[in-house]
Design a protein around this ligand. Structure first.
Ligand SMILES: Cc1cc2nc3c(=O)[nH]c(=O)nc-3n(C[C@H](O)[C@H](O)[C@H](O)COP(=O)(O)OP(=O)(O)OC[C@H]3O[C@@H](n4cnc5c(N)ncnc54)[C@H](O)[C@@H]3O)c2cc1C
Length: 442
């Protein structure tokens, strides 16, 4: 008996899944396969990492769904190339399907797996699923990638057939009704899922239910999204990150009820496209002149920032929300990132790595994009000399200190630290250093 395999990775759902849909249309019984990637897990030094828990719980859920249909999800753990080697020795596999991932490690890993499968005469078919647009789908007239968001957005709207004045018009997005064809799955029972302990992690609480994108919530999004003390944003980041929610279904709903939310979803596509077109941004600033800045990189100040003890209440509240919950409101991501780079003169890569270790919705492309934007070295025109004042941000977005008091209860008492740096001094210092760096290369 010949099979085809669908390799599940950042697309942990059975519905509206492009790769799964095409696998199920192949004519062969489909084996869904997942590998806990040892190379990725080994880099996570927190045994309580909630993202591993999130993936684990979701796989257990999918396994249960499949068992109810008389099928199963095959789960391995180890090095993906080795695990694929073992799989093709176990089954007669004619073809393999997966959805594309654009991060450098994933590209390399997928290349190795693809080569190995090609040597055994097995076809590989890959699909766009994680984003609405890939690099080639949306380019400037000369074929080059957009590097500024607003024209990118305009073009994206055009391609989607989206008109904010006509929200009732359906978006031009293809649907992949994979869940209508689950009878094409293989019908064997497999071993139970390996325990979290055997993978080196402890059981933790983590978000499981996908937040409802209700019309009421989405209609209020534009007004509420900038107020950190209320739940004004959707909190769907982790679900888009691991594909428990399809970006296509999120975009369709947003288009109907909230143009602002649709444009935010397109920021995610924009940053993914930047990473695809300029892979160097994974480690280097888009504006290379920024490399000329001499960072202070004081580990004591960095530690105070990580712990939320800088003496700037809004910054501290953001960092404490991150440390305690794995989430940080976007307004605070912008402020804390800017503060680390511009006030404390710490290399943006330190902060980017810290966010990567803590954010449940950590996504390489969006995190890099957000950090480079906040630092002033990214694609957008946001100039390096626009420096957030923590006090002004406080006045504007949390004037009653509601958010601050929630996360920094000792604020206003003698236990709260004095400011770690003087705002005006830090501002002038950064401007001087950044100007020098930018002028040197000009
Ligand atoms: C320094 C910095 C680091 C960031 N790191 C990440 C990250 O690792 N992962 C991540 O998903 N987002 C990141 N963002 C973008 C944004 O802060 C989060 O997407 C958002 O706060 C997630 O909460 P939400 O789902 O409630 O967002 P909502 O406001 O409800 O937005 C819905 C979805 O739209 C997308 N989105 C919204 N804003 C942005 C944006 N500016 N850039 C890219 N996508 C966006 C996200 O997928 C988000 O889940 C970062 C922003 C900054 C300034």
């Amino acid at each position: 008996m010949s099979y085809c395999v669908f390799w599940m990775r950042r697309d942990l759902r059975l519905e509206d899944n492009a790769g799964l849909y095409y696998a199920l249309s192949s004519g062969f019984a489909v084996i869904p396969f997942f590998v806990f990637d040892r190379n990725i897990l080994a880099k996570l030094d927190d045994v309580e990492d909630r993202r591993v828990n999130f993936i684990y719980n979701r796989l257990a859920y999918i396994k249960k769904q499949l068992k109810e249909l008389g099928s199963d999800l095959l789960i391995a753990s180890g090095d993906p190339v080795e695990e694929w080697g073992a799989l093709i020795n176990q089954f007669n596999i004619s073809s393999v399907y997966w959805n594309r991932d654009y991060e450098s490690y994933a590209l390399q890993r997928d290349g190795h797996v693809r080569n190995m499968l090609a040597q055994r005469g097995i076809d590989v078919h890959t699909f766009k699923d994680h984003v609405l647009f890939e690099k080639e789908d949306l380019t400037k007239a000369d074929g080059r990638p957009y590097t500024v968001f607003t024209p990118f957005l305009r073009k994206a709207y055009e391609k989607l057939g989206y008109m904010p004045s006509r929200p009732d018009m359906p978006l031009k997005i293809k649907a992949f009704p994979s869940d209508d064809h689950l009878n094409k799955l293989w019908k064997e029972r497999q071993k139970p899922i390996p325990s979290l302990g055997s993978l080196g992690f402890q059981v933790q609480k983590c978000p499981e239910v996908i937040p409802e994108l209700s019309p009421v919530r989405m209609k209020a999004y534009a007004e509420n999204r900038d107020i950190p003390s209320i739940e004004g944003t959707t909190q769907i980041g982790i679900h888009l990150r691991f594909g428990t929610l399809s970006i296509r279904s999120a975009a369709r709903k947003a288009a109907k009820y909230s143009p602002v939310l649709l444009s935010e979803l397109l920021w995610r596509d924009f940053y993914s496209m930047i990473l695809q077109a300029f892979p160097r941004v994974e480690t280097k600033p888009f504006r290379l002149e920024f490399e000329g800045i001499e960072w202070e990189n004081d580990p004591v100040k960095f530690d105070a920032w990580c712990k939320g003890c800088t003496g700037f209440p809004m910054v501290d509240a953001g960092m404490r929300q991150l440390n305690a919950s794995g989430f940080m409101h976007n307004r605070l991501r912008m402020l804390t990132a800017s503060f680390l780079v511009k006030h404390l003169l710490v290399d943006w890569r330190w902060g980017e790595a810290y966010f990567a270790s803590k954010l449940l919705d950590y996504d390489l492309a969006s995190n890099i994009g957000g950090w480079q934007w906040a630092a002033g070295c990214g694609t957008d025109a946001a100039p390096y000399f626009r420096i957030f004042s923590p006090d002004a941000q406080q006045q504007r977005f949390d004037p009653q200190f509601t958010y601050v008091r929630k996360w920094v209860p000792e604020y206003g008492t003698s236990r709260y630290p004095a400011p770690i740096v003087h705002h005006a001094f830090a501002r002038d210092r950064f401007l001087r250093l950044a100007k020098a760096a930018f002028n040197k290369d000009n």
